[in-house]
Design a protein around this ligand. Structure first.
Ligand SMILES: Cc1cc2nc3c(=O)[nH]c(=O)nc-3n(C[C@H](O)[C@H](O)[C@H](O)COP(=O)(O)OP(=O)(O)OC[C@H]3O[C@@H](n4cnc5c(N)ncnc54)[C@H](O)[C@@H]3O)c2cc1C
Ligand SMILES: [Zn+2]
Length: 317
């Protein structure tokens, strides 16, 4: 992914990758500060016990001179098998050794409706700089949802939307909103031309108006943002931005993104009492299985496999 890459979002918004810093090798290097060893190799293989060079780098097609050790002495390499740094990355992520992930940083530029910014800027671990409507006149850009987005209030989720309102109603409502946005902007523009201060002329700004900001955040905290804002409960509009941001993060740090999907985004967390219920359910299942096998029936391989997986997950009989 190149710096400056832009993806359009909603009717007038966009997300631009301004800059980024740090690779997944840097995450490993940061974690290894504790041992003085750096990044070695992603996959399993062999490295030298003393100088930690991967074996392939020495026995490649071109003969490579023996690298010197830190003390300046040549190293006569003593190979040891290592599981690969992919495993270390997984351990760091899985067991919340989170600070090495703060060594990577992403900076984006966002143009979005102010209502999206109100949600976005609640994420305090980002640094932000936004367009100033005290300093300059805001552009005449307002969010108008697509017809299909004009949905009824959800009955089950007080913060959610449900089925579409119907095309005719949606068209009428959108027309009214557009007219209103136009009127409000016209008065704003007129007042500024009359000489009214920008900071006062803006007092009737609708939250549908577009604003622009730059935001910077580390990998650890952009993942926390994505966990909350890509999730189905987040408002549809901010989710559109979060999805694009997620694609940026995936392109820059694919292994970490996959770990986040595996251990956070698609993972399920159980409370103590939910866990107790789950254990009781598994115990009841085992009882049925035992009776079944005692009666002389053989368990289907898939069922036997599923029971073995439950053992691994800590639900041993
Ligand atoms: C679906 C949804 C609905 C919401 N509805 C509402 C609502 O109705 N009203 C409302 O006001 N807000 C609402 N919010 C906003 C929400 O309460 C949070 O403010 C927002 O999601 C930011 O989350 P955060 O604090 O985890 O993020 P960040 O501020 O980015 O923080 C990331 C993490 O850093 C740590 N951290 C940051 N600051 C501190 C601190 N001061 N102390 C300790 N740890 C810290 C925490 O571990 C935190 O999880 C909603 C959010 C979502 C996703
Ligand atoms: Zn060596």
């Amino acid at each position: 992914m190149q710096k400056g890459h832009v993806v359009n979002v909603l009717d007038h918004g966009y997300l631009k990758l301004v800059d980024w810093m740090g690779t997944e090798e840097d995450i490993i290097r940061a974690a290894r500060m504790s041992t003085g060893r750096g990044f070695e190799r992603w996959d399993a293989g062999e490295v030298c016990k003393q100088c930690r060079v991967p074996k392939e780098e020495i026995f490649g097609s071109v003969p490579v001179p023996q690298p010197a050790t830190e003390s300046g002495e040549p190293c006569w390499h003593d190979w040891v098998k290592v599981p690969g740094d992919e495993k270390l990355l997984e351990r760091l992520y899985k067991f919340n050794h989170a600070t090495p992930f703060e060594m990577c940083v992403i900076k984006v530029e966002v143009q979005a409706p102010i209502m999206v910014f109100r949600e976005w800027q609640r994420h305090r671990t980002w640094g932000y700089n936004e367009f100033s409507a005290r300093y300059s006149q805001m552009p005449n850009l307002h969010y108008l949802p697509d017809l299909s987005r004009v949905q009824r209030q959800s009955k089950t989720n007080k913060q959610g939307s449900a089925e579409p309102m119907g095309e005719e109603w949606a068209r009428n409502w959108l027309e009214l909103v557009e007219e209103e946005q136009g009127d409000v902007y016209e008065r704003y523009d007129w007042a500024i031309k009359e000489g009214l201060a920008n900071e006062l002329a803006r007092i009737d700004t609708p939250v549908s108006r577009y604003s622009k900001m730059q935001g910077i955040v580390c990998l650890r905290n952009v993942l926390a943002f994505l966990t909350l804002r890509k999730e189905g409960g987040a408002q549809w509009e901010i989710r559109q931005f979060a999805d694009v941001l997620g694609n940026f993060v995936q392109a820059l740090w694919p292994r970490t993104y996959a770990l986040w999907e595996e251990h956070t985004f698609y993972a399920k967390k159980f409370s103590r009492s939910e866990h107790e219920k789950l254990k009781s359910a598994v115990a009841a299942l085992r009882l049925v299985m035992d009776r079944y096998t005692k009666a002389g029936y053989e368990l289907e391989p898939s069922v036997a496999g599923a029971m073995a997986s439950l053992d691994v997950l800590g639900f041993a009989a």
